[in-house]
Design a binder for this molecule. Structure first.
Ligand SMILES: NC(=O)c1ccc[n+]([C@@H]2O[C@H](COP(=O)([O-])OP(=O)(O)OC[C@H]3O[C@@H](n4cnc5c(N)ncnc54)[C@H](OP(=O)(O)O)[C@@H]3O)[C@@H](O)[C@H]2O)c1
Length: 323
């Protein structure tokens, strides 16, 4: 596993990190399988883990804490997120800081996450929705500053709403955040326009999330795919989205080099960008961990292929189903 520097924190993080939403919140999760997969990832050099209080009201955090505590000899980075006070994902224009992150709520959930993790500190505390209109509001500045001074939190980040990569740029300019988590994959290339150059200039770490477009870029979805009742993907992959997504994934197939899989291509494309500190595929299965970690071998994609993938950019705007 190769490592990269996590912005101005100076942390050395594995370029393949671990997305932990699926562990609590997607149907088909099994704690024993998740724990086995996490242990395998650690064995293979993974040291960056992204969870949230919102992933099963602390369940995913508790699993992470347990596995991190089993490895006192390793430096493992635990990133989690404060849920918005109104528990509405994503935030919408017009939501106020009081609706989502009043200071007492930030503190309350930082301490809840700390307890769930059972670790001495939260390495990275992220806001789980964001509106750039809040950038200048000193109340969150003070809240995160206090948590840092108290040693509860080591670094602070924003997890940007889906398909709104620029809805954080003023916040990055405040100099108060250490990391930005954003959707970045073969389709969602828009963070390259404004966000990445700014993060590079300010030495703010970029966490690339949703590398497989929630499943499309694994190549396993069909136009008939449905999930068990209650799985959020039924409400995200509505026919309008599923059909277009499958068509776009199919259009990529001829570009996948011999001996490579589509998920491998998806990860290699992200890692080709040095602005990314770590990419966090969601993983529950050991086989997925092993396949994804194996991508971190430093082998670059052919420049002509990288160029060809540029034309698969898909700019989308938030809709009623996008979440
Ligand atoms: N608002 C936010 O802050 C926010 C929103 C979304 C996501 N995130 C973070 O980003 C992470 C990644 O996003 P995501 O999990 O939503 O979506 P994703 O990474 O795009 O896709 C995850 C899916 O890909 C499958 N998969 C993983 N590796 C595979 C492989 N090698 N071959 C085939 N399938 C593979 C997983 O299966 P298994 O699970 O069965 O292994 C899972 O179904 C999340 O886990 C979470 O940490 C944050």
């Amino acid at each position: 596993m190769r490592n990269r520097t996590f912005g101005r924190t100076g942390w050395s993080v594995s370029e393949i990190g671990y997305g932990m939403w699926g562990l609590a919140g997607w149907t088909g999760s099994d704690d024993a399988e998740s724990i086995d997969s996490l242990r395998r990832a650690i064995e293979l050099g993974c040291n960056f883990f992204d969870t949230a209080w919102g992933y099963g009201a602390g369940h995913s955090e508790r699993i992470l804490g347990r596995v991190v505590r089993e490895h006192p000899e390793r430096t493992l980075i635990a990133a989690t997120k404060v849920p918005p006070k109104n528990f509405t994902w994503p935030s919408r224009r017009g939501f106020t800081l009081d609706d989502c992150f009043p200071p007492d709520h930030i503190r309350e959930y930082a301490y809840k996450s700390l307890e769930n993790l059972g670790l001495p500190a939260i390495d990275l505390l992220q806001f789980h929705v964001w509106e750039d209109a809040w950038a200048g509001d000193e109340r969150w500045h003070r809240a995160v500053d206090d948590l840092k001074r108290e040693g509860v939190v080591r670094a602070v980040g924003v997890s940007v709403n889906r398909w709104e990569p620029a809805n954080v740029v003023e916040t990055v300019r405040t100099g108060l955040i250490d990391a930005v988590q954003v959707i970045y994959n073969i389709f969602d290339q828009a963070p390259e326009d404004e966000l990445f150059p700014l993060c590079r200039e300010r030495n703010v770490a970029v966490i690339a999330r949703v590398p497989f477009d929630e499943g499309t870029l694994t190549g396993t979805l069909t136009k008939e795919t449905r999930w068990p009742e209650g799985d959020w993907r039924n409400t995200y992959f509505v026919p309008e989205n599923l059909i277009a997504s499958v068509d776009r994934a199919e259009a990529l197939r001829p570009l996948v080099p011999e001996g490579m899989t589509l998920p491998e291509l998806a990860l290699r494309w992200i890692l080709a960008n040095p602005d990314v500190a770590t990419v966090i595929p969601g993983m529950r299965k050991r086989a997925h961990v092993e396949a994804n970690v194996a991508v971190s071998d430093g082998r670059p994609l052919d420049p002509a292929l990288l160029q060809a993938l540029r034309s698969h950019r898909w700019d989308r705007t938030p809709t009623s189903w996008s979440q």
